[in-house]
Design a protein around this ligand. Structure first.
Ligand code: CTP
Ligand code: MG
Length: 162
């Protein structure tokens, strides 16, 4: 059996990077209002510069703290997980806008798991996982994402439960 706790510690920077922009974000959007060839916004107003930088730094900080106790590899994996998460989040919004899904409207599976896919693509070269561990991460992340978004909605941090 793989070690679930170790897996959660490993992925924590991605979760923190994904979760913190809702409180750290605001201000000008990353696409600065630009529109794509289809005349729709590149990413939309839900992706702000502050949210991107704040989420990245928060996730990176978690990885940096982990690395003090668990070794240097967590500094690198934390860096790549945090950047990959924020990059994947942008890519996800890019896809949603192209599919004509308005900012803030849900796209199930993509909203919950796309950031993880991109983060892992960035990180696996420096921190390889077994296939069963990757599969477990997708299942756990899908479950936790739904749980935490419902919670954030109930706490008044998000206006929608997704
Ligand atoms: N957020 C931000 N900057 C980011 C990512 C998120 O400021 N790079 C903030 C925004 O206030 C956003 C909220 O976190 O509304 C929730 O994030 P998310 O659900 O990813 O964005 P949505 O508003 O749902 O937009 P989209 O439809 O593009 O996913
Ligand atoms: Mg959303």
């Amino acid at each position: 059996m793989f070690d679930i706790l170790k897996l959660l510690i490993y992925i924590l920077p991605a979760y923190v990077a994904n979760a913190t922009p809702v409180v750290l974000g605001g201000g000008p959007p990353i696409d600065l209002g630009f529109h794509w060839l289809d005349k729709k916004r590149l990413y939309g107003d839900g992706k702000t510069i502050r949210g991107f930088i704040g989420g990245f730094l928060a996730g990176f900080l978690v990885g940096a703290i982990e690395s003090i106790f668990l070794g240097e590899i967590y500094l690198f994996s934390g860096l790549l997980l945090s950047f990959g998460t924020m990059f994947g989040d942008l890519l996800g919004s890019f896809i949603k806008r192209r599919l004509d899904i308005p900012r803030g409207q849900p796209m199930f599976i993509l909203d919950q798991l796309f950031f993880l896919l991109v983060a892992l693509i960035f990180t696996l070269p420096v921190y390889p996982l077994e296939l069963i561990e990757i599969a477990a991460l997708f299942v756990i992340t899908g479950f936790l994402h739904v749980l935490f978004n419902v919670l954030a909605n109930k706490l008044g941090l998000k206006s929608v439960p997704w």
